[in-house]
Design a protein around this ligand. Structure first.
Ligand SMILES: [Zn+2]
Length: 60
């Protein structure tokens, strides 16, 4: 059985948690739903960005 679960592409800004769907769009906000297997963006990059801004704030 082929699983084709998608996740709302804008869930981070539109929802508190990932919204999964089997359709092409998010059932809650209508945003395009993307394949959940490959992340649309890297969480590691976000954390790096977050750490950098924290460091800069402490230095000031
Ligand atoms: Zn959504």
């Amino acid at each position: 059985m082929k699983s084709d679960i998608r996740v709302c592409a804008a869930w981070e800004s539109e929802h508190d948690r990932p919204v999964y769907t089997l359709g092409d769009t998010c059932p809650k906000c209508g945003t395009e739903a993307v394949n959940s297997a490959p992340a649309p963006f890297s969480p590691e990059d976000s954390y790096g960005e977050y750490r950098r801004s924290l460091k800069q704030r402490r230095r000031e």
